[in-house]
Design a binder for this molecule. Structure first.
Ligand SMILES: CC(C)(COP(=O)(O)OP(=O)(O)OC[C@H]1O[C@@H](n2cnc3c(N)ncnc32)[C@H](O)[C@@H]1OP(=O)(O)O)[C@@H](O)C(=O)NCCC(=O)NCCS
Length: 185
């Protein structure tokens, strides 16, 4: 299915293609990326990559999710991924994102997340977008606050990650949240 890429100042968010696999593997396969995400397998194998490509195409076709490659605008260099897991019955979606370690600290996650949220509200007609991060992921907390999400509470021991129960901090926004939220909580 064709998806018209989203453009930001420095990034393009486009559908994945099987030709992304060689660039994807070392980035998404890094332990640092898997450590604070909920659904990225580690180690990330060739088979995981192929399943990932199939799943993203199927989701794009059935509208249950929009998982996009984040590439540098102009060069098409893959630097990360961003996605919305959509629950159409409730017009809501869960936002997720990751950026490859060599690209951290450039504001790319914030730029990509902002574009996803804008697309979700303005094009997909969502009412609510939410996200969560494990409490030992302050960079993600910062990203969510920068894009205007509001802190909604802590789910204690919600995740069993690599043998440890982790707390999850919840964030969300609704389409009518037009006022910027002051940073910090
Ligand atoms: C979280 C992640 C997406 C951030 O990507 P990024 O492109 O570096 O993020 P940005 O540059 O847009 O913003 C990061 C912000 O966090 C801040 N930050 C980074 N490390 C931090 C830390 N240890 N404590 C507090 N703030 C931190 C940065 O200073 C920046 O804020 P600023 O713009 O106000 O200075 C990236 O680290 C990543 O992919 N991690 C692994 C996967 C993951 O955790 N995904 C999110 C799951 S919820």
């Amino acid at each position: 299915m064709l998806f018209t890429p989203l453009q930001t100042e420095r990034l393009t968010l486009r559908a994945y293609a099987p030709s992304d696999i060689p660039a994807l593997m070392p980035l998404i396969g890094a332990r640092e990326v898997a450590a604070t995400t909920l659904r990225i397998p580690h180690p990330f194998t060739d088979s995981d990559a192929r399943s990932f490509m199939t799943a993203t195409q199927e989701e794009l076709a059935n509208g249950n999710a929009l998982r996009l490659a984040v590439v540098l605008r102009g060069s098409d260099t893959l630097c990360g991924g961003a996605g919305l897991r959509i629950e159409p019955d409730h017009r809501r979606a869960e936002l997720g994102y990751w950026i490859g370690v060599p690209y951290w600290g450039n504001g790319y996650a914030t730029e990509a997340a902002e574009a996803m949220v804008k697309h979700g509200f303005e094009t997909l007609g969502l009412h609510r977008i939410f996200a969560s991060h494990v409490t030992n992921n302050p960079a993600s907390a910062r990203v969510l606050k920068k894009i205007g999400m509001r802190y909604e509470g802590r789910h204690r021991g919600h995740i069993l990650k690599w043998g440890e129960f982790l707390d999850l901090d919840m964030y969300g926004m609704v389409a009518s949240d037009t006022e910027p939220v002051p940073l910090g909580r």
